[in-house]
Design a protein around this ligand. Structure first.
Ligand code: MG
Length: 168
């Protein structure tokens, strides 16, 4: 049986993953309003990934005999100044999520729960990719000053992204 502390922490992480889905959906909608459908696709796929993260934790907590308790989600930011600002915020958001995953791992170690540690290990790896993915697009956007033909080329590139759930 999983400890109450870990149950609470996993429920909080489920909430943060679902908020991430909401946040990235809001970013997708912003790009739709700019007619940048490749950038929109990038964030629609990212939103799918966040739902996948939440469901991994949902399934795990249920398997461990815990109870998933959903909490309120705050409204995400809806207006952005530029594509560069969106990626700065998305990158910053992923660093915050990485911090939460580290906190969850610290607690699993403290509670000596090896199954949680093993499960959270996947997320530790995943966060390296998440930060890198946002940072890579941000770097490219800065190279082209977030505008002009370069922006359209990048838009075409991001249109190719598809959702590929990675299993353990
Ligand atoms: Mg996530």
């Amino acid at each position: 049986m999983i400890s109450q502390k870990l149950q609470d922490a996993i429920n909080y992480q489920i909430n943060r993953e679902l908020f991430s889905e909401y946040y990235y959906l809001s970013m997708a909608s912003y790009f739709n309003s700019l007619s940048l459908s490749g950038f929109e696709n990038f964030f629609l796929v990212q939103a799918q990934e966040e739902r996948f993260h939440a469901m991994k934790l949902y399934n795990f907590l249920n398997e461990r005999g815990g109870r998933v308790l959903l909490q309120a989600l705050e409204a995400p930011k809806t207006e952005f100044e530029s594509p560069i600002e969106v990626f700065e915020l998305a990158y910053e958001h992923e660093t915050v999520v990485s911090g939460l995953i580290n906190d969850l791992m610290d607690l699993a170690i403290k509670e000596n729960d090896h199954a949680v540690k093993n499960h959270v290990d996947w997320f530790v790896e995943e966060q390296v990719e998440e930060e890198d993915s946002m940072d890579t697009v941000l770097s490219k956007l800065k190279l082209i000053n977030g505008e002009g033909h370069g922006l359209l080329i990048l838009d075409s590139e991001l249109a190719q992204r598809t959702f590929e759930p990675t299993e353990e």
